[in-house]
Structure formats: structure tokens, C-alpha cells
Ligand binder design. Structure first.
Ligand code: PMP
Length: 394
């Protein structure tokens, strides 16, 4: 009998469906605060100048596209390490090794498949989180235990993470956003990371740190504080890294997985599992974007240009956040906390009905959770957003 017909209809990804709704809206002043890409003050998502220059070099100089292997471009993987783990000791004395992956998603997929293979059975995750965290765990048969990420005050709910770690069992790992929390924008302070690092170490939990927005929050070094703080406290960790936001490479799928272990002689054996899982999934990661990042990082001038472009992105998002925060209470919501949050996203406490009204009455599109992409706001449309928010929530 034909069995493919056993497959049930799956829900469309809500955010991708939102893009279609937005495109179909004929209003000229519509605003897209949905999908998570950076936009300039003109509403564009341009290719970084540093990446364009690296791509030109790549086209001119690349002499082969022969296979590299499941680990991908190791020059890329190594060149990123000082930025992630610090220039003082980029591999923590030989304890860290990485491999290239298709985006941060590929890295998370491998990290979670590795913990499953290692015998872990449950992942502790803050709620809400990026929906794909739960989706990948479910697909791999890993149980998920959720704790409340943020309190009503727009700050991290420290009691909830304390309780989650205290209640952890053997075979648990904990998945944390390194910075620019998606979807809330609510990050731990350095002092809170200090405490969390101690809690994780004491509970002997394996940390998996998802760093998908380094440099979009407070700065490249600042945004790595939590990750580095956790790594010095624990014997082992996995790090899922994405270059898709901080190099603007989204569709080129650029990421890396790093493992930190206590005994450097075990690294090869542990990472062979990453290679083997990659082989069984996508065989080899796509080369182009990672090669462009490597060329940027190998060239001082291009590196400076990249960091400068990243600074401009971050400054713009901070300006948008400052304008929203200065608006304070509008209608029934308080925009002030947005000013202290980081990265592309914040959640505005719209009710589901209000989310619909923002769409139908004002042509302003964002996720049903009330998550907005702050980079979708520009000097031309930010007052419309504030006025619409006041009208719909008032
Ligand atoms: N982690 C988080 C928290 C994210 O928000 C994203 C992207 N939306 C990713 C990982 C993965 O990014 P990508 O696969 O596009 O590199």
C-alpha cells in the first residue's frame, strides 16, 4: 500500500506565513516587524561591504571547489575563535575544537544530536525561546523542561532559573542564549551570568550556549561575557555559533559548532561524532559564506570594515530602542523596558486581538507573540508604530 499518504499536514511556519500576508497587503505605509533580519534606516538588508569585498576576492582567487570534508573550512572555524572565546586563549589551552555547520541551526542540530548520543535525555530551556530549539529537541526525542525566562518587569526571572537548575536531574543539559535573547531581547547582566555559571557548575549540568547574535547587543566582547564566564566554570560545554546575523549572511548558512572538553586528548574522539553526524545529515556544509568570512578575518582592513559595519547596525538598533523607550507608556503598554533590551527583538505585551488589529487597522505586521523586530522601525515609520500602539492598546 502507498504509505506516504500517512503523513499528516504540518503547520506552516508562522513567521514565514507572515511574510506572505505582508507582501499581499497593498497599503504603501505598511510596516514589517516580523522576520528576524537587520534593516537599515531605509528598510534594506544589504550585503556587508566587507563581505562584498571578500566575495570578489573569492571569485578571483578560488581555484577549486573540490570537497573539504564534513568539518568544512577549518580556517574559518579557527579564525572566529579569538572573537568568541577571547584573544588571550582562543582554544583554552587546547580544550576547544570546532567544525563548520550550515548556520546556527545546523550547529544546534549537531549539538543536540551529540548530547543525545552521549546519553543525555533532557534539555532545560528558558521560555519563551526560539521555537526551533523545542522543535529540534522534539525531532531528536530529547525531553524539554522549561523555565520562565523573563519576569513581568522586563528583566530575567532569576528565581525561575535558580529553581530549574536546582531541580535538574542526571542526564540534563541546559540550553542558554549567549546574548540578544530571541524573542524577548532580555539578557542576563554580567553579575547574573556570574551566578548562573556557578549554578551550572555546581549542578554539573552540561551547558549548550547558542550565540547567534554576537555584536548586535552591546559589542563583540560584551556579548561574549556570559559564554566565556560559563566556560571557565565548567569542565565541558557545546557552543552553537551563527555568523548569519553579525556578517549579514542569512541565506548563505554560515555557522560553527565548538566543543570544549576538560581533557584535550578526548577532543578528537568527541568531535568525530560531530563529523559523523554531519556526514549523515548534509555531508558537508556550504562553502561560500564561510570562505567569505574567513577572507574578512584574514585581512586586517576587511576586519576593521566589518567591525565598523557591525557597530553601525548596533548603533541604529540602540537608537530605535531609545526612541521607543522615551515614548514610555503608550496606550496600555509600557515601551520603556525596550531601551534596556538587546538585539533585534523585543516583546511588546499586545494581546492576540491587538496583534490582529495592528495588522488589520494599521498594516503593522509582527509575530502573534507580540515579538517585534526593532530593526524594522525607521525614522520614517517609528511614530506611526507608536501612535498605532497607543490607539490599539489604549
Ligand atoms: N539561535 C537563535 C536564538 C536564533 O534566533 C537563530 C536565528 N533566527 C538561530 C539560532 C539560527 O540562525 P541561522 O541558522 O540562521 O544561522
Amino acid at each position: 500500500p502507498a504509505m506516504l499518504s500517512n503523513l499528516q499536514q504540518q503547520p506552516a511556519d508562522a513567521l514565514l506565513a507572515l511574510i506572505k500576508l505582508f507582501d499581499a497587503d497593498p497599503r504603501a505605509d505598511k510596516i514589517d516587524l516580523g522576520v528576524g533580519v537587520y534593516r537599515t534606516g531605509q528598510g534594506d538588508t544589504p550585503v556587508f561591504g566587507a563581505i562584498k569585498a571578500a566575495e570578489r576576492k573569492l571569485v578571483a582567487e578560488q581555484d577549486s571547489k573540490a570537497y573539504l570534508g564534513p568539518e568544512g573550512d577549518m580556517g574559518f572555524v579557527t579564525a572566529l575563535m579569538p572573537y568568541i572565546f577571547g584573544k588571550a586563549s582562543p582554544d583554552m589551552g587546547g580544550r576547544i575544537e570546532g567544525m563548520q555547520t550550515p548556520g546556527g541551526t545546523g550547529s544546534l542540530r549537531l549539538a543536540l544530536a551529540m548530547v543525545k548520543r552521549a546519553g543525555y535525555s533532557r534539555v532545560i530551556v528558558g521560555k519563551p525561546s526560539w521555537p526551533n530549539h523545542n522543535q529540534i529537541c522534539a525531532d531528536l526525542g530529547l525531553a524539554v523542561s522549561e523555565f520562565n525566562h523573563a519576569g513581568a518587569d522586563g528583566k530575567p526571572d532569576m528565581d525561575a532559573i535558580r529553581a530549574a537548575v536546582a531541580g535538574a536531574a542526571e542526564g540534563d543539559c541546559i540550553l542558554l542564549h549567549g546574548c540578544c535573547h530571541n524573542p524577548t531581547g532580555i539578557d542576563y547582566s554580567n553579575a547574573q551570568w556570574d551566578e548562573i555559571a556557578g549554578l551550572i557548575a555546581e549542578a554539573k549540568l552540561l551547558p549548550i550556549i547558542d550565540l547567534a547574535y554576537q555584536g548586535l547587543g552591546l559589542g563583540m566582547e560584551e556579548d561574549a561575557y556570559g559564554l566565556r564566564r560559563v566556560l571557565v566554570a565548567v569542565p565541558e560545554a557545546l557552543i552553537a555559533y551563527s555568523c548569519d546575523k553579525n556578517f549579514g549572511l542569512y541565506r548563505d548558512r554560515v555557522g560553527a559548532l565548538y566543543a570544549m572538553v576538560s581533557d584535550p586528548t578526548e577532543l578528537g574522539r568527541i568531535m568525530s561524532n560531530g563529523h559523523n553526524l554531519a556526514r549523515a545529515s548534509w555531508s558537508q556544509p556550504p562553502d561560500h559564506g564561510a570562505a567569505a568570512v574567513r577572507l574578512v578575518l584574514e585581512d586586517e582592513t576587511l576586519t576593521a570594515q566589518w567591525l565598523d559595519e557591525l557597530d553601525q547596525m548596533r548603533d541604529r538598533m540602540r537608537q530605535v530602542r531609545a526612541i521607543l523607550a522615551a515614548a514610555g507608556k503608550v496606550g496600555g503598554v509600557d515601551l520603556a523596558p525596550v531601551g534596556g533590551q538587546n538585539g533585534l527583538f523585543s516583546i511588546i505585551p499586545f494581546t492576540p486581538d491587538q496583534v490582529q488589529e495592528m495588522r488589520s487597522r494599521h498594516g503593522i505586521y509582527f509575530a502573534g507573540s507580540g515579538r517585534i523586530n526593532v530593526a524594522g522601525l525607521t525614522t520614517a515609520n517609528i511614530q506611526n508604530f507608536i501612535d498605532a500602539t497607543a490607539e490599539v492598546t489604549g
